[in-house]
Design a protein around this ligand. Structure first.
Ligand SMILES: [Zn+2]
Length: 116
């Protein structure tokens, strides 16, 4: 359970890389989505270790890609992976109020592509 723990940016990068290795090798999500972590984050609040800015594309699933659970990531998703004032305000909130020290902008291949 990683909620309510402060991470440095380097620690957050290591955690994301480890989660991504799990995702690539296991094809499953090992993030904690238990009732215990749901209750803990409800009562004690959230302390995500990274802000993820990515596309709304249904093939891009940050929590799965990084094997993250409830309270781990602060995810901002917008089609085309762009940032305007609304997204910037969310980033500032997560950095200032939730203590996130890492912002990851995650692109992907074939953005907007559909297959007939
Ligand atoms: Zn996209």
């Amino acid at each position: 359970m990683s909620t309510n723990v402060s991470y440095t940016a380097n620690e957050a990068v290591s955690k994301l890389k480890k989660g991504n290795l799990n995702y690539i090798s296991a094809n499953r999500n090992d993030g904690d989505v238990s009732s215990a972590v749901r209750l803990k984050t409800c009562v004690e609040g959230q302390k995500p270790y990274a802000i993820i800015i990515t596309c709304s594309d249904s093939r891009v699933i940050p929590e799965s890609i990084f094997s993250a659970g409830i309270g781990d990531l602060f995810v901002i998703r917008v089609a085309g992976n762009v940032i305007d004032n609304h997204q910037l305000g969310s980033i500032e909130y997560a950095a200032e109020h939730l203590g996130c020290r890492l912002i990851l902008v995650m692109g992907h291949n074939h953005c907007g592509q559909w297959m007939p």
